[in-house]
Design a protein around this ligand. Structure first.
Ligand code: RRO
Length: 312
């Protein structure tokens, strides 16, 4: 068991918002999904106050080591979420984190207040980092604007408030510090890196219906590692680290960089059970690591002969 913002979790692997549709997965896999749910907490797709249709297609582009998405936040809106999605998500065997986004402090406030009233929800994640809508990203890239937003909405909930940061800013640690000072209980990073793809006809026109998108997957893992490390050196609040994790060893890297939890995103599109596998791999690495740190008395200590090793 590990503890995150007062919530007890079975292991450190959660999902990245919008990368695992638990309601569709339940339809596809039935109760088997609940018997071995891949994550220790479930983070919902971002919801907005009013329903949104999302961006026109195409919405995805497969890059060489990742995926560019321009989904554009399609969702049923707050009322649709509360009436349709929440009762089904509340059936999951793990704590629920609801991810919300608004384009003004008043919109975010209404979302936070409504979610705060629901006992089914353990924590709120505030998305200030979607690369695919006009508003939202600006707030998350600027420490002053983010602090003002948080000062307005922080008093509206007693639930843990996690702020999902953007990597598309010059100094992510400065934004994280501002979030912490204005009352965030945790930060999560990284969201996708702003990216473009062109149609293959060579005429220079964008492939994605939304024009540009956000890059995720293995291509961004090293960026995530650097940004999580720089945030961890500056803030005391816990971090949910994510970006290109496909193996337990990658999750361990992000924990070593300072994350408390690790989210799996794009890998779940390839393998819906990736969370279970990554949690298992991580656990064996941690067990092997703690054995190495405290060798048993009975284990022979290996002496390395530097001279003879050098001569080979
Ligand atoms: O829906 C999206 O296009 C989207 C969102 Br809300 C987000 O936070 N990050 C992303 O890459 N896509």
């Amino acid at each position: 068991m590990i503890e995150f913002c007062g919530i007890a979790l079975a292991h450190p692997i959660v999902n990245g918002s919008g990368t695992f549709d638990a309601i569709a997965a339940r339809r596809a896999f039935g109760d088997a999904l609940l018997d071995e749910f891949p994550f220790s907490a479930f983070v919902s797709k971002t919801i907005t106050l009013l329903p949104r249709a999302g961006n026109p297609p195409p919405r995805l582009w497969e890059a060489q080591a990742g995926l560019i998405n321009s989904i554009g936040l399609p969702n049923r809106g707050l009322q649709g979420y509360l009436e349709h999605d929440l009762p089904q998500l509340a059936d999951l065997p793990v704590p629920l984190i609801t991810n919300v986004m608004g384009s003004t402090a008043s919109e975010v406030g209404q979302l936070v207040e409504a979610i705060d009233a629901r006992d089914e929800v353990a924590a709120i994640e505030l998305n200030v980092s979607c690369p695919n809508v006009q508003t939202g990203l600006d707030i998350g890239a600027d420490p002053g604007s983010l602090a003002a937003l948080l000062r307005a909405v922080r008093p509206l909930t007693s639930k843990p408030l996690i702020v999902k940061l953007t990597p598309n800013t010059a100094d992510v640690a400065a934004v994280a510090l501002a979030a912490e000072a204005a009352g965030a209980d945790a930060v999560s990073l990284i969201n996708t890196l702003r990216a473009s793809a062109l149609r293959p006809d060579g005429e220079g026109r964008p492939w994605l219906g939304g024009g540009t998108g956000g890059l995720s997957g293995p291509a961004i893992r090293c960026v995530a590692l650097a940004q999580i490390g720089s945030v961890a050196r500056r803030v005391a609040v816990p971090i949910i680290g994510m970006g290109g994790v496909t193996l337990g060893a990658h999750a361990l890297d992000l924990l070593c960089a300072g994350a408390t939890l690790v989210a799996v995103g794009t890998e779940s599109f390839r393998d819906p059970a990736a969370g279970t596998r990554i949690a298992r791999e991580l656990k064996s690495l941690q067990i092997a690591g703690s054995r190495r740190a405290t060798p048993a008395e009975s284990e022979p200590q290996v002496q390395v002969d530097v001279k003879s090793a050098d001569s080979h």
